[in-house]
Ligand binder design. Sequence first.
Ligand code: NAI
Length: 286
Amino acid sequence: KGKRAFIAGVADDNGYGWAIAKSLAAAGAEILVGTWVPALNIFESSLRRGKFDESRVLPDGSLMEITKVYPLDAVFDNLDDVPEDIKANKRYAGSSKWTVQEVAESVKEDFGSIDILVHSLANGPEVTKPLLETSRKGYLAAISASSYSYVSLLKHFLPILNPGGSSISLTYIASERIIPGYGGGMSSAKAALESDTRVLAFEAGRKRKIRVNTISAGPLRSRAAKAIGFIDMMIDYSSANAPLQKELSAEEVGNTAAFLASPLASAITGTVLYVDNGLNAMGVGV
Ligand code: NAI
C-alpha cells in the first residue's frame, strides 16, 4: 500500500520542500503539504493556474498531485498561542485551523494517518545580523520558527504517524562550523534542531517505532536562501571547494529524503546526513 506524507514548508517550486514532495511522489507516496498562511493564497492560485506544471513533471511523465494543501503557521501550537493582532490580520483571518495542533487534527480527520513527516521550514527575522547584534527577540523567534516548530510538529503528528514511519528535517552546517552571514540565531537554531533530532529519535523510536533524521543540505537558491543574501557566494564557494564540483540540485536532497523515508533506511535514525557534494568533509578550501 502506498505511503502518505505530510510536508511542512512548501510555498513555491524552488525550495527543498517541493523537491522532497516530488521525490516522494515519484516513489508512489500521496502528498499533503503545509503552507505558511501568508503565502497560502499565492501558492494555491499558482498551483491552480498551472504555474508549477512544468516543475510538477515526474520521471514517468505524469504530474505530481498534491492531494491537499493545509494552511500552517508552525510558530503557534494552538489558538491559545495566537496573539490578537495575528487573529485580526486579514490573511490569517481568511483561513482557519492553521496552528500545529489543528493541522494535525485536520489531517487525522481527513486521512486517519500518515507515514512520513517532513519539516522543511525555517525563519529568522534577524538572519542578516551577526550574532553579536542579534536581539533576544530575534534569537528566540529564530528558535521558535526553526527548531521548536519541529518538536511541536512531531509531537502533534506522532499519534497519527504509523509505526515504521519516518520523520525528516533540513539543517545547515552553520550549526557546527562558522558560516559568517548566517546570523540572527539561525546557526543556534540549527544546532538545536540537530541535537533535538537525536533526542526525538530516542523518544519517538521507543514510543512509536518512528525514525527521526535530519539532512544537512548544501546551498540552494530558494526563496528563503535569497533572503539571507549570500546564497550565490555560498554556491560558488561550494563549486570551487567541494570534492564534487557541481551545483547541488534540490532533487538530490529530495531523493535522499525518499531514501530516508523508505525501508532501505530502516536502521537509520538519530543521524545528520550530509547532502552537500562533500563540502562538510573539507578542512581548507583548495
Ligand atoms: P523555502 O523558502 O523553500 O522554504 C522555507 C519555507 O518555510 C517557506 O515555504 C516559508 O513559507 C516557510 N515558513 C516560514 N515560516 C513559517 C512558519 N512560521 N510556519 C510555516 N511555514 C513557515 O526555502 P528552503 O531553503 O528550501 O528551506 C527549507 C529548509 O531547508 C529550511 O529548514 C532551511 O533552513 C533548510 N536549508 C536550506 C538551505 C539552502 O541553501 N536553501 C541549506 C540547508 C538547509
